[in-house]
Design a binder for this molecule. Structure first.
Ligand code: SF4
Ligand code: SF4
Length: 166
């Protein structure tokens, strides 16, 4: 299972491209109401947390492609955040990160405190004194509104101390 997750995380942009294009084609070909997409994205949030933005969303795909072309351009990164602020699926599923069935869990008994996971997380990078995947007392970034379940943290842990499960 861990191997599958690692392969998925390593190929996330390919998965996002396929699902994003398929979703776009389905919406445009079959004139699916955006309300159905909002309901489906929110239902996904109940099960998996905020996975829609980085694994399924056509707009998320476009924004990530723009970010990768823009290098470290802070304006493009900000634009991505603004885009997500305007999206009801991001609001709802971000709120559900705390309550979803699947969540990022730490096994404190096997964790070696190496800090590799924190280095992979963009939320920890923004506020390193506030968030940490393993430090006791810090807020878990996986439960914050901003976590879009890239799962880089889980895939990077050399001990398998982080899992994404029910
Ligand atoms: S999945 Fe992990 S690495 Fe990605 S944003 Fe959430 S906590 Fe950070
Ligand atoms: S990468 Fe794994 S072992 Fe290292 S601090 Fe994070 S959870 Fe602990």
């Amino acid at each position: 299972m861990r191997k599958v997750l690692k392969v998925m995380v390593g190929n996330r942009m390919i998965i996002l491209s396929v699902l994003g294009v398929l979703l776009y084609l389905a919406i445009s070909q079959y004139h699916i109401s955006l309300w159905y997409i909002v309901i489906a994205g929110s239902a996904l949030g109940i099960i998996f947390g905020k996975v829609f933005c980085r694994w399924v969303c056509p707009m998320g795909l476009i924004m990530e492609m723009m970010m990768s072309m823009g290098g470290d351009d802070g304006k493009i990164k900000q634009m991505y955040q603004y885009h997500k602020i305007g999206c009801p699926i991001a609001w709802i599923s971000g709120f559900l990160n705390k309550y979803s069935f699947f969540r990022i869990k730490l096994n404190e008994d096997t964790c070696k405190n190496c800090g590799i996971c924190d280095k992979k997380c963009y939320i920890v990078a923004m506020e390193p004194t506030k968030y940490s995947l393993y430090k006791p007392g810090n807020i878990k970034p996986g439960e914050s509104y901003t976590c879009s379940k890239c799962l880089e943290c889980v895939a990077s842990c050399p001990n398998g101390s982080l899992t994404y499960k029910v």
